[in-house]
Write a protein that binds this ligand. Structure first.
Ligand SMILES: [Zn+2]
Length: 311
């Protein structure tokens, strides 16, 4: 039955990938059309891109652990997708076509995101804010009319969708999307302009903070932090401690040891008023994104997260 599982995996993942690519191409064409028109009629653009993200993530799930692509499937089907050799090999189960043609329900986008974060923990922080907004955007796009978005938000969705497709294409050659030269050229132009805009935003914020720090009335304000979602970091402008918001995650080494890493997604200094609102802004300001937590905190973290592992 191993062969049957592999056949399913091949069929299902290639259907998902082909659809993801089609929505991505259509989405990009619509994006550039809508952008030249001051983002008028932007909903099909964003709708197609968010669906392409969902399908691409589901493709990764199908490739890596196909069992987790489905919810509420018969027990025997679950065994076929995990331990196919436990099943007698003399019949073709009745549910195969349902699985192959997606008559059986696949997981929600949110679950596909959780699985992506498990497969690619080093990408979790980079895509964190994108992934936290994309399920809602996708739902609104396919179910209702979207209220006016800020233009920067639409650019941001496009930017991260392109980044995700590029990343998956880099780690999995099958997933490379072949686009026309014209479209490729537009993407390069778009990425450059998006990054230039973000760098300019960060430069302006730094300049503003520098003038506050240089003022003779500059006042040091001490920051404190608590819990696993806050950590202090030296401010790149005034050298006082500011506060980072983010998440603490364990890093397991081969010897069975655990190290806690704080992954920052924003920064605020109360002294010079520097505020960096996202992972990219922190990267462009040359700040540390991953900070090791103090040794000795691991026991507390494990104790507090025990319920999570046991539930
Ligand atoms: Zn500062």
């Amino acid at each position: 039955m191993e062969g049957l599982k592999e056949e399913l995996k091949r069929n299902v993942s290639s259907s998902l990938l082909n659809s993801a690519r089609s929505y991505y191409k259509v989405g990009l064409i619509e994006v550039f059309k809508s952008k030249t028109n001051d983002w008028r009629n932007f909903q099909p653009a964003i709708g197609n891109l968010s669906i392409s993200v969902e399908l691409l993530l589901k493709y990764l799930v199908a490739q890596k652990s196909i069992r987790y692509l489905y919810q509420n499937i018969p027990l025997e089907a679950q065994i076929l997708l995990t331990d196919p050799n436990c099943l007698p090999g003399n019949h073709r189960p009745y549910y195969i076509d349902n699985i192959k043609w997606f008559s059986k329900k696949t997981i929600e986008l949110q679950k596909a995101i959780e699985l992506f974060n498990i497969y690619f923990p080093d990408k979790k922080n980079e895509f964190n804010s994108f992934f936290s907004s994309i399920p809602d955007i996708r739902n609104v796009c396919v179910h209702a009319a979207i209220p006016r978005f800020k233009k920067f938000e639409l650019d941001r969705i496009t930017y991260f969708t392109i980044k995700l497709f590029r990343y998956v294409g880099k780690i999995d050659k099958k997933a490379i999307v072949h686009l026309t030269k014209i479209l490729e050229g537009k993407i390069v132009e778009f990425i450059d302009s998006y990054e230039e805009t973000t760098i300019k935003i960060v430069k302006d914020k730094i300049k503003n903070a520098q003038s506050i720090a240089a003022n003779r009335n500059f006042e040091k304000i001490y920051s404190t932090c608590e819990g696993w979602e806050e950590m202090l970091q030296i401010c790149p402008v005034c050298n006082e401690e500011g506060i980072c918001l983010g998440n603490t995650n364990p890093l397991f080494d081969d010897d069975g040891g655990t190290m806690l890493i704080f992954e920052a997604s924003s920064f605020q200094c109360f002294s010079c008023k520097l505020e960096l609102d996202s992972y990219e802004e922190m990267v462009f300001a040359d700040m540390d994104i991953e900070l090791p937590r103090d040794e000795g905190e691991e026991e507390d973290w494990v104790r507090q997260n025990e319920d999570y592992f046991m539930s």
